[in-house]
Write a protein that binds this ligand. Structure first.
Ligand SMILES: Nc1ncnc2c1ncn2[C@@H]1O[C@H](COP(=O)(O)OP(=O)(O)OP(=O)(O)O)[C@@H](O)[C@H]1O
Length: 297
């Protein structure tokens, strides 16, 4: 296992920031750690990277205990903290040189990470002169410098413009081909774009741990249909697997089904059997964003 979290609990005063959290992450997975503000994401990430201690439970990175074997944990993990603290007066290369000295890393890695994170054109500049997207790249490069197997990224795309956001997501996905990644975010779309699996926490408790594929399969299906005539909603309720029926205006209906099976043919046959004409018929999947809202409400 690359990351193991066993019954971790952490309180600040009488507030429980983490309440008995457990999960494990296999080598090579890219996992989204999703939760609203104050859910406890950063707190757990600080515990995993040895910056903070849990009150109860245990956690391991690459089988090294985060309390008993801190040095090996720090060697195994690269961490991009929230707000990406950087020395703005340093030149990019100078900053990596400084980090390489602190972590006793081979300086050859500097050129490698500059290339890997697409920083070549900016490497001669001061960090303070860089755009936010490039500063994120510097943070990522610094986390990669000692070539760790596991990366822990705390909200790596917050505050980026849409283009920078896409670039950084692409870069993380690329890096994820070689590393295990746990990245925190508020945004379900980000998880969809980058991750294979999502762990959702809310108010310190784990509320979901699913592969994206599974989540998509459990989604409800909504069929939007327009007939040429009014239909009693009760009649539509008789279709198999119907959860709800809603008239959304005119002769248009949103029918929600609790099944993965494509229900468009059943709706089409229903219209035919009831001597109705189908003017339009489309399937909409309940999006993952609304699923997140439900889980964290
Ligand atoms: N050092 C601290 N002292 C007191 N309370 C803290 C401390 N660190 C975190 N907390 C509290 O613990 C809870 C969890 O905070 P945490 O920063 O882990 O949430 P988060 O999910 O990372 O939120 P965000 O998405 O806003 O960054 C919050 O209520 C926060 O105020």
């Amino acid at each position: 296992m690359s990351i193991t979290v066993n019954n971790i609990t952490k309180s600040f005063g009488n507030q429980k920031a983490l309440d008995n959290i457990s999960f494990s992450i296999n080598k090579g997975e890219i996992v989204g750690f999703l939760g609203p503000n104050g859910a406890g994401k950063s707190t757990l990430m600080k515990i995993l990277t040895t910056y903070s201690l849990a009150d109860e439970g245990e956690a391991k990175i690459n089988e090294f205990d985060v309390v008993k074997d801190q040095k090996n944990v720090q060697k195994s993990v690269g961490y991009l903290p929230e707000h990406n603290p950087l020395y703005l007066d340093m030149y990019v290369k100078e900053y990596f040189g400084f980090n390489a000295d602190v972590y006793k890393t081979d300086k050859k890695r500097i050129t490698e990470v500059i290339e890997q994170t697409g920083l070549s054109s900016e490497a001669h500049k001061k960090i303070g002169q860089l755009s936010k997207g490039y500063r994120q790249r510097v943070g990522l490069a610094a986390a990669l410098l000692h070539n760790p197997e596991v990366l822990i990224l705390d909200e790596p795309t917050t505050g980026l413009d849409p283009n920078q956001l896409l670039d950084i997501r692409k870069l993380i996905k690329e890096i994820g081909k070689e590393k295990t990644i746990l990245l925190s975010t508020h945004i379900m779309k980000e998880v969809e774009a980058v991750c294979d699996r999502v762990i959702v926490i809310n108010k310190g408790a784990l509320v979901a741990d699913k592969k994206l594929k599974e989540l998509r399969e459990t989604e409800e299906q909504i069929i939007e249909v327009e007939f040429d005539y009014r239909v009693e909603e009760q009649l539509l309720q008789q279709l198999p697997n119907v959860a709800t029926v809603k008239n959304t205006g005119g002769f248009i209906y949103d029918i929600t089904f609790n099944t993965n099976k494509d229900m468009r043919p059943a709706v089409f046959d229903f219209a035919h059997d009831n001597k109705l004409k189908t003017l339009q018929l489309s399937r909409k999947n309940k999006n993952l964003e609304s699923l997140f809202t439900e889980l964290t409400q």
